[in-house]
Design a protein around this ligand. Structure first.
Ligand code: ADP
Ligand code: MG
Length: 680
């Protein structure tokens, strides 16, 4: 049913393209393209009974039709029905042929939303067509589908109706399971959802509590669980070089560190060390709040690869962060006699070639860098471990390419954007997860303050005082997502202005457009205390670690997302001083912006912030489908449908064990058109 060549009978190539935009590639996708809502064309309302704002269907005779030019060119049609009522129809876009069709005396069936107009009741752009008196009314509700430009409801409806007749709607669940879970039949459910009768309770349809909806949501969750489990099994069947703990290098690093690992770090390190020793590729997500100390764990893992004669790479999403990792790792590992290769886009050609050669000859065992590591033609002959920091910032494709550098290297992904448990179980079921749930001792909680823009002067005074006492501060520039050019301009303006407002203070500027060396110089000066106030764009959002900085101002905080605010704030509170984060906001505040500021003001725990963020935005936006690589749920809701989710998890296990064919058919139906994305 999902063979691509026979994919969509009845669809022209142009339509096929439009359907692809909607994520529809197979017949099954069409069957599962369910209505957003319905319109009731099963009955007629008399003009006399129309109520403003309530969509209704009317049948009436044309009394008059003319093109008028006031206030602008429009077709105005007056119709009357047997109730004696009169209604005005207005069409702003129309064809000449349409005008001809609307001859006086013809009967029209109209569907639209009436409103009170200057000349009595009117409908603007009603759906209408000429009918014969007594023409039968449909028996089912009219579905309204999500669609895209150039694909009309009518065309989509015809295609779906045709497919519902042709497609294989056979049951995929074993009878016993269906009965036990009291689930409705699949074919009945989709037929009903596409064409419910007017008697079907509207609330159950829109609230998606109807048994037919329950069935669809269950199926969707089941398909997701099945595909994730399959991916998990496929991974376990692959070979990776076993890199068991030999404790020669790792022990030396642990002994040389100026601190001891927290209990949480020790636990996750044990988990990772154990995985590395296996002969199938590790795929582990290391989660830990900002500042929880993930880097040292990464360093240990890299050493375990080297102990076994293999190579390890660490990739970071920004040059600043990669550079910082490079410095930190060099500081830790150079004393152990290890060389580290550094690779970034801004490196000179000659240096790049030399680095690539050192790596591909196998002489250099460790490499740190940005995505240049995967984009440049660098070969890693003995890659045993690939680590990706701040993994949520990378796209799926980039992660795949990196993995492709080694045969099947072990993979460690690190993230400070905590993924709430339900989401992790659903979308990351294929990953093993380690969590650092404890911060190193001696960290001071950051105090967060909200201040209206009007109090900017007070904030400036505060920075002056703090710096006079030897502290350092960040000033985060307003975010301008729409334009990189404007963003840059804003950063430069902010820098100039603050420099004028704070004479005598050493102010630095860092933004994404600076050259690599320039960026490194500013960051180095800030780390060394030579710059007191660092004006920055969100390039400092991830990873930057300067413990003496204890004050942060975020301008136009209302424009930032929650995880961004949390990450930014995580740059302070790293030293012994009390830290303060001031969120400057401008009026008027939208509802969501207000909710975000409230959450960040009230919470410091990254997991709690993520949980509320998920609630605010829904999983689709929270993860971004591009980044998760797993299909986002369209129908089921992890929070509201928690019980269905549990049932689907258990059923997935049962199906894979006892009914593998049914599992195949089920996954094919739901995900067959998305095969390429699922190989992640
Ligand atoms: P993140 O998890 O956000 O990447 P980092 O790895 O950058 O955090 O660690 C933040 C800071 O804490 C670094 O300066 C690091 O050296 C330090 N650190 C890490 N582990 C410990 C520990 N167990 N005790 C004290 N300091 C630590
Ligand atoms: Mg980090």
């Amino acid at each position: 049913m999902n063979a691509p060549e026979s994919a969509l009978p009845g669809a022209t190539p142009a339509t096929t393209d439009k359907l692809a935009k909607l994520g529809i590639r197979t017949q099954a996708d069409l069957v599962l393209h369910l209505p957003l809502r319905y319109e009731d064309e099963t009955r007629l309302t008399t003009i006399a009974d129309l109520r403003p704002g309530v969509p209704a269907q009317v049948e009436a005779e044309i009394a008059d039709a003319s093109v008028q030019y006031r206030p602008r060119r429009q077709l105005v049609v007056r119709v009357q029905d047997d109730s004696g009522g009169e209604l005005v129809l207005r069409f702003l876009n129309f064809y000449g042929s349409q005008v001809k069709q609307l001859a006086v005396g013809r009967r029209l069936r109209l569907f639209g939303e009436p409103r009170g107009g200057f000349l009595g009741d009117e409908m603007v752009h009603p759906r209408c067509r000429v009918v014969e008196a007594g023409e039968a009314l449909p028996e089912a509700m009219t579905p309204i589908y999500p669609t895209t430009a150039g694909l009309s409801q009518l065309a989509l409806r015809r295609l779906i109706d045709l497919t519902l007749k042709q497609a294989d709607l056979a049951e995929t669940l074993p009878d016993a399971l269906r009965k036990q879970l009291r689930l409705a039949d699949f074919a009945d459910s989709v037929q009903l959802l596409h064409h419910p009768t007017p008697q079907t309770a509207a609330a159950e349809l829109t609230g998606r509590t109807h048994p037919a909806w329950q069935r669809i949501k269950f199926d969707e969750l089941l398909a997701q669980q099945l595909s994730l489990r399959r991916a998990h099994e496929a991974r376990r069947a692959k070979n990776a070089p076993p890199l068991p703990a030999r404790s020669s290098l790792t022990k030396k690093l642990l002994a040389a560190l100026p601190f001891t690992l927290t209990a949480a770090q020790q636990r996750v390190w044990r988990e990772i060390s154990h995985d590395l020793g296996q002969s199938h590729p590790m795929q582990r997500l290391l989660q830990g709040d900002v500042g929880s100390g993930k880097t040292v764990v990464a360093a240990l893992a890299m050493l375990q690869a080297v102990e076994n004669g293999h190579q390890a790479v660490l990739m970071a999403p920004t040059e600043i962060l990669a550079e910082q990792h490079f410095r930190k790792l060099t500081q830790w590992l150079a004393p152990l006699g290890l060389d580290i290769a550094w690779l970034s886009g801004s490196l000179k050609k000659k240096d790049k070639v030399a680095m690539a050669e050192a790596i591909s000859s196998g002489r250099t065992r460790l490499a740190v860098g940005t995505h240049a590591l995967i984009e440049e033609a660098v070969a890693f002959p003995k890659l045993g471990l690939a680590i990706i920091d701040e993994q949520h910032r990378f796209g799926v494709r980039q992660r795949l390419t990196l993995r492709g550098k080694g045969v099947n290297p072990h993979q460690l992904m690190m993230s400070a954007t905590p993924i709430p448990r339900t989401l992790a179980m659903s979308y990351y079921a294929d990953l093993d997860v380690s969590v650092i749930d404890e911060l190193p001792p001696g960290r001071q909680p950051v105090l967060t303050k909200l201040a209206s823009e009007a109090r900017r002067d007070e904030v400036i005074a505060r920075i002056r005082d703090a710096c006079a006492q030897g502290r350092q501060a960040y000033w985060v520039c307003p975010l301008i997502e729409e334009s990189e050019k404007l963003q840059l301009q804003t950063a430069v303006d902010t820098f100039e202005r603050l420099r004028a407002e704070l004479p005598g203070l050493k102010v630095g500027l860092v933004h994404g457009r600076l050259k690599g060396e320039e960026k490194a110089r500013v960051m180095g000066d800030f780390a060394a205390g030579k710059v007191q106030l660092l004006v920055a764009t969100t390039v400092i959002e991830v990873g930057v670690d300067v413990p003496n900085a204890s004050l942060m101002v975020i301008e136009h905080a209302e424009r930032f997302g929650l995880s961004q605010l949390h990450q930014l704030r995580g740059r302070i509170g790293r030293g012994a001083d009390d830290s303060v984060c001031i969120l400057l906001y401008a009026h008027p505040l939208g509802e969501t912006a207000r909710a975000r500021l409230k959450i960040i003001f009230e919470n410091t725990d990254g997991f709690e912030i993520a949980r509320q963020d998920l609630h605010l935005r829904g999983p689709g936006e929270f993860l971004g489908s591009r980044q998760s690589g797993v299909p986002l749920l369209r129908f089921a809701d992890l929070e509201a449908d928690a019980d269905l989710f549990e049932a689907a998890r258990e059923s997935a296990e049962l199906l894979l064990k006892d009914y593998p064919d049914a599992a195949d058919r089920h996954v094919e139906r739901w995900l067959g058109g998305r095969r390429d994305l699922l190989k992640v």
